[in-house]
Write a protein that binds this ligand. Structure first.
Ligand code: 5RP
Length: 238
């Protein structure tokens, strides 16, 4: 499958997600290449008269949205959102996600938790029966991050992942990658995550961990596009 094909699938998923947007909505704007395509399509609709207010999940998305003249407001002003549209690194049939490949997992999760509906857009290659092939990003405070890494390794071992080797994410200049919140990221290759809820709960309890990229119970709609067209997987939020 060529990169042009994948870009086309991402665009097709983004276009389908536009159907969930209604006038007057408060819309969370995701981060990543698929979310960028959605933003472009949304901006075109806004130019044709659609009235929505967006709130970005990253500085990068905020910059792009401003360049496209998408009306923005701070999440604190909007409080509750009608919907967020975002990409994912992996998604399973229960709509549990791995996110954070682009480093925006913390704000993405805050925005998703503030929205009535989370619509995830992706090409089919992101859909998997077993999460974990994509390394799980774990955002940690810079202070003492090496000690936090040890606590992550120990917690993983207690859950039956004895050989976890979290890798500190680097920026393109070779320095430590910093998120929009000034934190670091450890990318954790689990290979296969057997119980996402248990792992999510264990990671959330570790001192020094700010957030992790497992999104459990947040996504309500998954829009997947591939060679066979676009399909939608839905899940009711409890
Ligand atoms: C950013 C994310 C992205 O949604 C995820 O990495 C998918 O990106 P892309 O659409 O470029 O494949 O979680 O933090």
């Amino acid at each position: 499958m060529s990169s042009d094909d994948v870009a086309g699938y991402k665009r097709a998923a983004a276009a389908r997600a536009l159907e969930y947007i209604q006038p007057g909505m408060k819309v969370g704007l995701g981060t990543g290449s698929t979310a960028d395509l959605f933003l472009e399509l949304l901006a075109a609709r806004i130019r044709n008269g659609l009235d929505i207010t967006g709130t970005p999940t990253s500085e990068r998305t905020a910059e792009r949205a401003r360049a496209l003249h998408v009306p923005l407001a701070d999440l604190n002003e909007l409080e509750r959102l009608d919907i967020v549209v975002d990409g994912a690194d992996e998604a399973d049939p229960e709509l549990i996600l791995i996110k954070g490949g682009g480093g925006a997992l913390l704000r993405e999760k805050i925005v998703a938790a503030s929205a009535d509906r989370m619509v995830v857009i992706a090409d089919e290659s992101k859909f998997t029966d077993r999460l974990g092939r994509f390394p799980l990003p774990v955002e940690v405070v810079h202070f003492g991050h090496v000690t936090t890494r040890t606590r992550i390794v120990n917690a993983a071992a207690r859950l039956g992942y004895p050989r976890l080797t979290p890798v500190l994410r680097r920026a393109s200049d070779g320095g430590i990658y910093r998120t929009d919140n000034g934190n670091c990221i450890y990318d954790c290759s689990f290979s296969e995550i057997r119980n996402a809820a248990a792992l999510a709960a264990a990671l959330s309890q570790i001192t020094g961990v700010v957030e992790h990229g497992l999104f459990c119970g947040l996504a309500s709609v998954l829009v997947l596009a591939g060679p066979g067209g676009v399909r939608v997987v839905e899940r009711q939020r409890p």
